[in-house]
Each structure stands twice: as C-alpha cells, then as structure tokens.
Design a protein around this ligand. Sequence first.
Ligand code: UD1
Ligand code: MG
Length: 460
Amino acid sequence: MSDDVATGPEARACLTLVLAAGEGKRMRSALPKVLHHVAGQAMLAHVLDAAPRQADDEIAVIVGPDRADVAAAAQAKHPGVRIFTQTERRGTAHAVLAARAALEAAKGDVIIAYGDMPLILPETLARLKARRAQGAAVVVLGFHAADPTGYGRLLHKDGRLAAIREERDASPQERAVTLCNSGLVAFDGAVVLALLDAIGNANSQGEFYLTDAVEIACARGLVCDVVLADEAEVRGVNDRVQLAEAEALMQERLRRAAMLAGATLVDPASVHLSFDTKIGFDVIIEPQVFIGPGVSIETGAVIHASSNLEGVKVGPGANVGPFARLRPGAVLEQGAKVGNFVEIKAARIGAGAKVSHLSYIGDADIGAEANIGAGVITCNYDGFLKYRTIVGAGAFVGSNSALVAPVSIGAGAYVGSGSVITKDVSADALALERNQQLEKPGWAQSFRARRLAMKAKGRS
Ligand code: UD1
Ligand code: MG
C-alpha cells in the first residue's frame, strides 16, 4: 500500500512555489509588480492566501535579485515562507529550479503558481491536488480563452494532455487551440526535479520553459492531466489596465459574498471592500462607501453614504455617516453614532455614545452614552507627541469645545459650549471656559441711529 492511500490525499504534504521574479516592466512602476495591491493587499499576498497551509505544507517564493521588498512582503503575510532568489531570468523552469533545496525535500505535491494571479482561489488549488491524488504526475490548470493570444496551448493526444506549446513556438493548427495554460501546475514531488532537470532551452526565446515538463513526463510514461478553471479566476496582471480589471473582478466577488452572507448593499457597484472586510448579518451599506483593510462591521450596523473606513471595528447596531471618516484604531461600541463630517482616529466610542456632527476625535476614549456636541475637537498633538482625551460615561460636551489633551472629563460632567478645556473636569461638574456674556440694552438701536445720521451728513 502506498503512502498516498494510507494517509489520504488531503494529508499529503504540499509545497507551493510562487514565482515572483518577473520584472513587470509593463506596470511602469518603481514598485515590483507583485506588490501592487488588489482589494487592499499585494497581489502576491492573495496568491499566498490561496496556497494550502496544513501542518506539513510549505510555501516558497522565488524573487528576483535585490528584491528584499518582495521577500519582506511575503514573510509579513506568512512568516514561514521560504525565499529563493533567481539571479538571472532564464525562463519559468529556471525560476522554479532556484528553489532546488525545497524541491529536493518535497515528498508530496508541488504546486507552481505565479505571483501576479490575484484572483486564484484555494478551492482551485485543492482541485489540482485532488486530481494529483487520482494518479496524474502533472496536473495543469487550464482554461478556455476568449482570446488565446500569448498563452501556451494545451495539446491533447488520444484524449490525454500531451504537451504545452508556447504561442511563439506553435504551428498555425496549434495556435487554433483555445484551451490554454493558466500557468498553475501541480507536480508529483517525487518526479518534479527529474522533469525540471531534463528541460532544455531549444526554443525561440532560448528560455527554460516550465511548460516543457508535460511533454517530458509523457515521454516517460507519466500521466498528465488538465483541471479547468474560469478565465476570470486565472487572469494574470501585466499592466495597470489589467490591474484595474482584476480589482473590479475581486470587488464583485467580495460584494457578492457580503450580500450572500446577509448584508444589504444598496448600490453594490459603488461600495469598495477589502480582502479582509468582515461584515455581519443585517448590516446596511449605502452608496459610495470605501472600506479599506482591517474593518469589521457587526450585526445591524448602518454605514450611510459616502463614508470612508479603514482599520476600524463598528459594533452591533452602530450608525456611521453619511460623510464619516473612521481611521485606524476607531472602535464603535454597540449602538454608538458617528455622524456627518466626523473624523475618528484611535478612539473608542462607547456604547450608545454620540458624535453627531463636524468633529475630530483622536486618541480618545469616549464613555457609554456620552454626547459630543457639534464641532468638538480633541487637540491631541503638540507638533511632537500625541496625548489622550478621556470622556466619562454620560458626559455632555457642548458644541465647539476644544479638549486639549491630555485631559479627562469625568462621568456625567457638562462642558459648556465653546470651552477650551485644558484641565481635568470632575464627575458631574460643569466646566465653562469663556468670558461672561456682556449685554448693553438698546445698544444696537442707538448704534444704527448714529450711523444713519453720519451717512445722511454725506460721510461714506
Ligand atoms: C507563461 C506560460 C504560458 C502560460 C502563461 C499564462 C511558460 C513558458 N509559459 O507564459 O504557457 O499560458 O504563462 O499567463 O511558462 N518568471 C520568473 N523568472 C523567469 C521567467 C518568468 O520568475 O525567468 C515569472 C514571471 O515573473 C511570471 C511567470 O514566471 O510571473 C510567467 O512568466 P512570463 O514570462 O509572464 O510567461 P508567459 O509568457 O506569460
Ligand atoms: Mg505572463
């Protein structure tokens, strides 16, 4: 009995190798192609997210020379990722062989993926593994291309995958084939190195093509097979037009998942989500809302139109916007309200508390049921350091007050409108920081009379 049968296909270890050594020249960017973002994270990170990550699984990324930035991004996403460097670009098989040390140790499956395929799904890699488990030594992820130009064609003989022909090297009949190579391949780890080492570079580009592994495997009597995917899922990104197309497809996928999970998106096409956006049941999101990375929105919360959120937790039943800006570290507890033209940064807004209009609340802790009036500002920065503002539960801060941090307002206290608060306020006290109001009875009337008289004498 083989190990495969004894342990089951799912238990077999998998090494995923992601090629990210490409120059990506068509992006016309100082940033390496695979670090360009789709839905709030690097394309490379999306691919890493799709890779199998059971206990014995391994991930390796092949980077170009002097690409510490790509290596750092890969390791930031998954700390265990191994990095190999392809020092010269001599083709896809050459790139894979840069990870020889990892390939030598690979016993189960070896999946090769490209770092510029951000839409690839973990289920698809699992399907490649499943087909491998049925006995194929090489399983290629193929797709029917609307326009096959530029892709390697999957050539069949007697109903079996027999070769992959690169467009440049294909005959006119071969070019007529529309079944194409996505670039994703799963190999039997026991034979992958022998296959790769047998690949030569006798082709129009003088490159070592990974795709030649299929013909070599067939010549050795090994079974090669194809698993099909949707063209949209295997789309590669080479320029910024394709980057925008990938973004649109990803947004559609994220919105659809949010809606099917029970959120109402009133005008889905105008809502931008991120790869990690968590949206609860019965959440309503109005049009023109941008949600950056690190946002969770809990059950029953409403995000009104034209709001911008990033790195925030919106608690159950909370109410945001319209035109609110929630920056990283904002936490809205149950039923809290943040209204129009309000910016919140690194601040907790307690349960039922309200910051309804035109405020900046930064580095603050606002107690439950507190009311922050229109135009209240926390003055949290002196040009060098940041300081915190604490507002106790049930406190009432009158409109247009400035809270100069560090400062704390006790529970249940009142701050009179227009105050500049620089000292702590005790619980249940009234703090008022403004001049006594002066009133001169009849002054306006006599002022007008005097001025009218002056004008009548011809003074302008
Ligand atoms: C490749 C496939 C083709 C497939 C297509 C799908 C080969 C020979 N051809 O063609 O069958 O239809 O992808 O998009 O594999 N890379 C390196 N080092 C190298 C060369 C390439 O890391 O020396 C990386 C690139 O950065 C890229 C990937 O490998 O991420 C594919 O290389 P690319 O040159 O884009 O191959 P294609 O011509 O698109
Ligand atoms: Mg390509």
